[in-house]
Design a binder for this molecule. Sequence first.
Ligand SMILES: Cc1cc2nc3c(=O)[nH]c(=O)nc-3n(C[C@H](O)[C@H](O)[C@H](O)COP(=O)(O)OP(=O)(O)OC[C@H]3O[C@@H](n4cnc5c(N)ncnc54)[C@H](O)[C@@H]3O)c2cc1C
Length: 419
Amino acid sequence: MTDEHIDTIIIGAGQAGIAMSEHLTAKGFSHRVFEKSRIAEAWRTGRWDSLVANGPAWHDRFPHREFPNYAGDEFVGKEDVANYFSDYVEQFQLPVECGVEVKRVSKKPQQPGFYVETSKGNFHADNVVVATGPFHHPLIPPIAPAIDGIQQIHSAHYFNPEQLAPGAVLVVGAGSSGVQIADEIQRSGRDVYLSVGPHDRPPRSYRGRDFCWWLGVLGLWDATEHAPGKSHVTIAVSGARGGETIDFRRLAKQGITLTGMTDHFAGEVVHFKPDLLDNIRAGDESYLALLDAADAWIESNGADLPEEPTARQFVENAHCLTQPLTDLDLRAAGVTTIIWATGYSTDYHWLDIDVFDEKGKPRQQRGVSAERGLYFLGLPWQSRRGSSFIWGVWHDANYVADQIAIHKSYLAYPTISLS
Ligand SMILES: Cc1cc2nc3c(=O)[nH]c(=O)nc-3n(C[C@H](O)[C@H](O)[C@H](O)COP(=O)(O)OP(=O)(O)OC[C@H]3O[C@@H](n4cnc5c(N)ncnc54)[C@H](O)[C@@H]3O)c2cc1C
């Protein structure tokens, strides 16, 4: 056991913890990063084998290091993303300790600071930054019944088509994960059903520029909250096969059977909502709105970017879109696997401090919690749309480091310096 004092303890060495550590190092602030597994573990073992980053190499990175071996518009493979972060820790000599699990964090009574209990002993800290990621537990909705002979897994446990029993596959959820997984499995030669809910689907690129660039020049990465009615809308985008726009009509033409949202199960029969075409149309609207905004920006800024009229031409609706399935007898359709690409929940059971709202979400503003000295980093929409993405978290870390400096300064009164 130890009772060592550390100024700031960062919990988690994913991209958020590493960005935080870089910013504290730059300020000369003493700190340590405790990581229960390995650096960027989520990118190593929590993603399917063929995953590449959703943004191109010039975009999905921190400002002070480029990806070796990737040209700007290429999409980096997940192992190389993980290695990038390990190399980053080495390059900047960041104080990361792997294999240290934080078991409990509590507020010290009647004095500033925290007790931090870990698998290697107990520590005192003035500040704690929770950088444990936005995705803790794979979430499978309660409608899923156990069905004999049908394997059900979450997308977090999908790695490649070979791991699945022979037979057809139902993928539930058509955000970035569900779409890419369904496409990969169908290309491997299986029948695939893809249950599609409300989604946005940006163009992968338009008029010669990647959508990450468009979101940047249009100021959309900096949006501080979801557009009205969009908080439950997933985003379907992919860098697979060099980067293609996700186009549900093309997927249907390719042979994937699209269905509406999965509503309920009656024994071995799954019932779908009659919302497939509405979801596809709303996705098209989001796609076209981005093209319109891009065209307007080009016009307003006199930019010399090539026209791309084909971007507005849609593939004809396949049968599954004109006559959507209302239900599917899984056994009769030969479905042997259901993959739930339905998101994640969070778990802060070890954080014994009252900073959560009624939904269990951290009460925080740009990462600064209601408990002085306790910070969060890497939450979706923490400060803006870009917050949970690689490049976005780096900028949020900058802000949190400034807040730590200001807090330290107040506590150091009367030698206060709020620069
Ligand atoms: C399928 C998928 C694809 C994605 N693709 C992209 C993409 O292409 N581009 C992009 O910018 N973003 C992408 N993201 C979003 C985001 O970049 C990743 O989720 C990223 O892993 C989040 O980084 P993080 O540091 O916030 O959390 P994590 O990477 O989850 O890191 C948190 C770390 O905390 C550790 N930890 C947790 N609890 C404790 C504890 N009690 N004690 C000690 N350590 C602990 C964990 O082991 C983990 O290593 C993707 C997300 C998913 C799910």
